[in-house]
Design a protein around this ligand. Structure first.
Ligand code: NAD
Ligand code: TDX
Length: 351
């Protein structure tokens, strides 16, 4: 099988590529990535010489390039992760989200349909999506696969739109598809614009920790390697046309998570317990900040037998260790444009 993985130089994609390269030497993996600010070949350096691996730099919006790539590599299946993924960036610059997430996904769907339409047998378009498409929960309740879509940020609206197009290509053209909607991921190689790596980096450097609003928003956190293993299971066993929610049964209020992160990181740095709590700085809330996400992943458990493997403190500990051991990786990604982003996003609030 020849599998096109898009966005494989990004955070989750790099773990998915590594997982498939090692576990399925009989598959050929073609990793297509535009290498935007979020894409980094360092994330997959350890597997770049694997015999079943090919990297292609390219844009999912470029239909001619995608047609050429499907023909050249005789693609049988797609695992589509390439996207713009950061909510705050979608608030300041929504159009790149619409272009990449909506038009890019539609482009890939159209090319897959063109190339596979004579024989759809054994073909699969797997679309990786997010729990944010379901909107925001109050203190109780969970997102189910049939929860009505209610996206509220430009990011989640673009992901919701892409999900709709995937289902449209399935129902209209018979494209074999499967979708998954996952909760917040954390782990190695996450770009330090997202809460956990941003805060680890700032704790290390004794910089302010910008907590949006009152810090009472709730997210359901899943270790990234568990997401990769869920994608593996759904790719191989998921039913055509179905959607599977993926989650960690692991809800945390931001402020509680931040205090745990401080405790674990201070301990690893040999600082007195809680000493970095003084860095907590409450800043203006994110516009339209969704209060709570929480996933019911029982369909995935009951139908396909997948459950998360790691406890949160263990996963968080491994994540902090990775950032402490990979200071060069961190230094490289926070040079250049990151400084401009940081200044625009936080400058006036925390200096
Ligand atoms: P990321 O931002 O770390 O990586 C995205 C990758 O896509 C980068 O390597 C980037 O270079 C690439 N890319 C962007 N535009 C492209 C284009 N036009 N053509 C080709 N490649 C392009 O994102 P992530 O956090 O790894 O998320 C991966 C996927 O998983 C996304 O679809 C996201 O919506 C989804 N998701 C993420 C989370 C999370 O917590 N991070 C949770 C659920 C779902
Ligand atoms: O500086 C910050 N301060 C802060 O309080 C940042 C960056 C975040 N936050 C809050 C906002 C959220 O309530 O922390 C929470 C997590 O924020 P992010 O890491 O930006 O994640 P979130 O907005 O929840 O979205 C993530 O999960 C779903 C991913 O970025 C998405 O790609 C994914 O689809």
């Amino acid at each position: 099988m020849k599998i096109l993985i898009t966005g494989g130089a990004g955070f989750i994609g790099s773990h998915v590529v590594r997982h498939f390269i090692h576990k399925y030497p009989q598959y050929n993996i073609i990793n297509l990535d535009l290498l935007t600010y979020a894409g980094n070949l360092e994330n997959i350096k350890d597997i770049e010489d694997a015999p079943n691996y090919t990297f292609v730099k390219g844009d999912i919006q470029d239909i001619d390039q995608m047609r050429g790539l499907f023909t050249k590599y005789e693609i049988d299946a797609v695992i589509h992760l390439a996207a713009e993924s950061h909510v705050d960036r979608s608030i300041s610059d929504p159009f790149v989200f619409i272009k990449t997430n909506v038009l890019g996904t539609a482009t890939l769907l159209q090319v897959a349909k063109e190339k596979w339409q004579d024989n759809m047998e054994g073909k699969l378009f797997y679309h990786v999506s997010t729990d944010e498409v379901y909107g925001s929960l109050e203190d109780t309740g969970l997102f189910y696969e049939d929860t009505a879509y209610d996206p509220r940020s430009p990011y989640s609206a673009s992901k919701a739109s892409s999900d709709h197009f995937v289902r449209a290509w399935h129902h209209t053209y018979g494209l074999p598809v499967v979708l998954s909607n996952c909760s917040n991921n954390y782990g190695a190689n996450q770009f330090p614009e997202k809460l956990i790596p941003l805060f680890i980096n700032n704790i290390i450097n004794e910089k302010p920790l910008p907590v949006y609003g009152k810090g009472i928003n709730v997210r359901d956190w899943l270790y990234v390697e568990d997401h990769a293993s869920a994608i593996d299971v759904i790719f191989h066993k998921g039913r055509n046309g179905e959607t599977y929610n993926i989650g960690g049964h692991n809800e945390w209020r931001n402020i509680d998570l931040i205090k745990l992160l401080i405790k674990l990181t201070d301990a690893k740095l040999g600082r007195p317990e809680g000493s970095s709590e003084k860095l907590i700085t409450y800043v203006t809330d994110r516009a339209g900040h969704d209060l709570r996400y929480a996933i019911d992943a029982s369909k995935l458990k009951d139908e396909l037998g997948w459950v998360p493997s790691l406890q949160f403190e263990e996963g968080l500990g491994k994540t902090i260790d990775w950032y402490l051991e990979n200071k060069d990786w961190l230094a490289n990604v926070i040079s250049g444009d990151y400084q401009k982003y940081y200044e625009n996003q936080y400058g006036s609030a925390i200096g």
